[in-house]
Write a protein that binds this ligand. Structure first.
Ligand code: FPP
Length: 224
């Protein structure tokens, strides 16, 4: 969800105004996603690298996440949205961690849309943590090293309950992957749009999803 800062700065506003507008877009996209045939939606809200930002911006983002959970809990329950989080949680404020656990539990039986929010998430960090967990099992003698395969690693990731993404969309004209779902997106389609996240309307998403529908996916094989 890139481009919040630039969107606000271009209007002469503080960066946090862009993030607030960005949060409104998340809400709209969550609302329209099921009608576009999307059942799994993952949004990258805060990376392991985003701690380098000013304290003001980091705290502002954290309180935006907490507010989103509190304010949207009712509607998500009503609309059948199941909310989950990926990323390393221990560095987050304990109150935010509690809210995250609370909404995951509250929405766990919802099936219309699976919304995953990546907070303090980095693909490399996720893979490193997974390898550490696997190493502990090897050390304990419960996992012979020869049994480590792609499934063992996949199941040790934060995304254990999620399918691999079909399509990864990056906004704001940047054409980088920036540490997002590095393992899981091995065969994903990518879409880079110049639209800044605060301008990313349901119409923009519908257009991208429509074009995605015409792509030919071969997963390394040949067609036919
Ligand atoms: C990147 O744009 C965006 C972020 C680091 C924050 C994304 C957060 C939200 C949209 C807030 C709401 C999210 C939820 C799930 C409630 P940037 O600030 O790096 O933009 P720039 O490149 O223009 O500076």
């Amino acid at each position: 969800m890139d481009g919040n800062g630039r969107w606000a700065t271009a209007k002469g506003w503080p960066r946090l105004v862009g993030h607030r507008k960005g949060a409104e877009r998340v809400k709209e996209i969550v609302r329209c996603a099921p009608d576009l045939g999307i059942r799994w939606l993952t949004v990258y809200a805060f990376s392991t690298e985003n701690w380098k930002r000013s304290t003001r911006e980091v705290l502002g983002l954290m309180s935006l996440f907490a507010r989103y959970i509190q304010r949207e809990a009712e509607e998500m329950s009503r609309e059948g949205v199941r909310m989950r989080f990926i990323g390393e949680r221990k560095r987050l404020d304990p109150k935010l961690q509690d809210l995250m656990a609370w909404i995951e539990e509250r929405t766990r039986n919802n099936t219309r849309l699976n919304l995953t929010v990546a907070i303090n998430y980095g693909g490399r960090d996720e893979i490193t943590r997974a390898i550490r967990a696997i190493a502990r099992r090897v050390e304990a003698g419960s996992l012979p090293p020869e049994c480590i395969d792609e499934t063992v690693l996949t199941d040790a990731l934060d995304t254990i309950d999620l399918p691999d993404p079909d399509l990864v969309i990056r906004t704001s004209g940047e054409t980088r992957v920036s540490n997002f779902l590095l393992w899981q997106a091995a065969y994903s389609e990518y879409e880079f749009t110049p639209v800044l996240w605060p301008d990313f309307t349901p119409e923009v998403l519908a257009d991208i999803v429509g074009r995605y529908g015409h792509r030919e996916r071969r997963y390394g094989g040949v067609l036919g």
